[in-house]
Design a protein around this ligand. Structure first.
Ligand code: NAD
Length: 481
């Protein structure tokens, strides 16, 4: 892949862009992983036009036939899991084992939505006139703009494109700049299985290529995953021109540890939630709220376990966490660590230092002690391997602290007490609540999305995806006799 130049896939052809951009490894920025050709606003318009032209015939092909193509795509992708995982790991720094899991998940997502092509949709609803046959149809929204972040470079494009396609939409994908090579590799693997114009890819910066996509009059809907600030921009542009939009954004996900919790399990899953992918998951654990009676015992075990984690090259099997994705992300996380040091003192583990042998954008797993719930590092999304440990008086206090941020994506509670677990399930303001499980890791067949500033209205994944990617038409059919 080193000499590879990723291009734009428009109307069934690879198209060169306006400029060539080098992609450097976050593990060692002196290594060039590949190049991509950045699209212009004109190319975005061409991609949207190709998607528009292809949409009706794609819809008319029928869901069962579309499903068969998705099954074929899944099988092709399954044969390339190792290559895709290695590329993703080199391009954005996720440890290889995690990238492999993600590539397999992309295959499973395709299979799930392929099956959706043969499942019943719509309802038959009684009509007042018994002669009338009243039913609903699910029709595609049309052309869907897909805007994705870099942190799940394989799974997120797939969990948006696969449901869009199965319900009869055509797509234009604009992946994050930091995952352009991986997106192009997905297209290289499967796009030519589909009729020209059904899947399109435009590469480049959000403010140029992404902006042109969300403003394109013929883009009927935009599905977006990324930061709150960009999501707000997507929402205002789409709302102003009457396009449908869906936003999945940030999180500040808490783990609650109650006194009767299995502390070893809670430590292991808090560590995994906080530090895998170097904390760069929208569902990553960033706050750990522990009841007073077990605070010291939990903290000591958490710190001891964190000291064991191997920070290193993402391609090496013993690495637990690799670098963060880019220089700007590295600076941002380091800035939050400095803020944390001003707010909560020196961290219990981690901090600004990294091993001299690591040339890339590495951040050591970092834990701050006794953080105030109103501190910046307890309120703002850091998107790095940084945890704010907080003490709560009792379960009500823990839930209150957990709910006191603008976000509401995922939350975990560790307890063996069924009543307390159910209380937390009811009172935690989060779209995903997980009992004795880590905050990250929802299954692909289940609805995914958050409350408050974390998401807009609709849910992704599973059968819930039908709500965004289709429009309901209500039909009344009356024979005149
Ligand atoms: P980002 O908002 O910077 O970028 C996301 C995408 O939007 C990229 O493709 C980018 O190029 C594009 N973009 C940027 N400006 C744009 C504009 N003006 N118009 C149109 N498109 C534009 O986010 P990121 O740094 O790539 O990703 C990290 C963020 O994503 C974090 O906040 C994280 O929580 C969030 N995230 C959320 C989920 C979820 O499902 N809730 C999943 C993964 C990541």
């Amino acid at each position: 892949m080193d000499s590879k130049v990723a291009k734009n896939w428009i109307g069934g052809e690879w198209v060169e862009g306006a400029s060539n951009v080098a992609v450097r490894s976050p593990a060692d920025p002196s290594e060039v992983v590949g190049h991509y050709q950045e699209a212009s606003a004109d190319l975005v318009a061409q991609a949207v036009a190709a998607a528009r032209t292809a949409q009706k015939a794609w819809w008319r092909l029928g869901a069962v036939n579309r499903g068969n193509l998705l099954y074929q795509a899944a099988e092709v992708l399954a044969g390339q899991v190792e290559d895709l995982a290695r590329l993703a790991s080199r391009e954005m720094g996720k440890p290889l084992a995690e990238a492999r899991g993600e590539a397999l998940r992309a295959v499973q997502i395709l299979r799930f939505y392929a099956g959706e092509g043969a499942r019943a949709v719509g309802e038959v609803i009684p009509a007042a006139n018994p002669d009338v046959f009243q039913y609903t149809r699910r029709e595609p929204v049309g052309v869907v703009g897909v805007i994705t972040p870099w942190n799940f470079p394989l799974a997120i494009p797939m969990w948006k494109m696969a449901p869009a396609l199965i319900y009869g939409n055509t797509v234009v994908l604009k992946p994050a700049e930091w995952s352009s090579l991986t997106a192009a590799a997905i297209f290289e693997a499967i796009a030519s299985l589909f009729p020209s114009g059904v899947m399109n890819l435009v590469l480049g910066a959000g403010r140029v290529v992404g902006d042109a996509l969300i403003r394109a009059p013929e883009v009927d809907a935009v599905t977006f995953t990324g930061s709150v600030a960009t999501g707000a921009q997507v929402a205002s542009v789409c709302a102003a021109r009457g396009a449908k939009y869906q936003l999945e954004m940030g999180g500040k996900n808490p783990v609650l540890v109650l006194p009767d919790a299995n502390l070893d399990a809670a430590v292991e899953l808090a560590v995994s939630g906080a530090f895998r992918s170097a904390g760069q998951k929208c569902t990553a654990t960033s706050r750990v709220i522990v009841e007073r009676s077990v605070y010291a015992a939990f903290r000591d075990r958490l710190v001891a376990r964190t000291r064991e984690l191997k920070l290193g090259n993402p391609l090496e099997p013993e690495t637990y966490l690799g670098p963060v994705v880019s220089e700007p992300q590295w600076q941002k996380v380091r800035h939050y660590i400095e803020t944390g040091m001003a707010e909560a003192g020196a961290p219990l583990v981690g901090g600004l230092e990294k091993p001299a042998s690591l040339a890339g954008y590495y951040v050591a797993p970092t834990i701050f002690d006794r953080v105030s719930p109103t501190a910046t590092i307890a309120q703002e999304e850091i998107f790095g391997p940084v945890v704010a440990l907080m003490e709560a008086e009792d379960v009500d206090d823990a839930i209150d602290i957990a709910n006191r941020t603008p976000f509401g994506l995922s939350a975990s509670v560790f307890t063996d007490n069924l009543s307390l677990a159910l209380k937390a399930v009811e009172e935690l303001q989060a779209g995903l609540v997980r009992v004795n499980e880590e905050t990250a890791g929802v299954e692909l067949q289940a609805p995914f999305g958050g409350m408050k500033a974390s998401s807009s209205h609709s849910r992704e994944q599973g059968r819930a995806a039908i709500e965004f990617f289709t429009t309901t038409k209500t039909v009344a059919l009356r024979p005149i006799r």
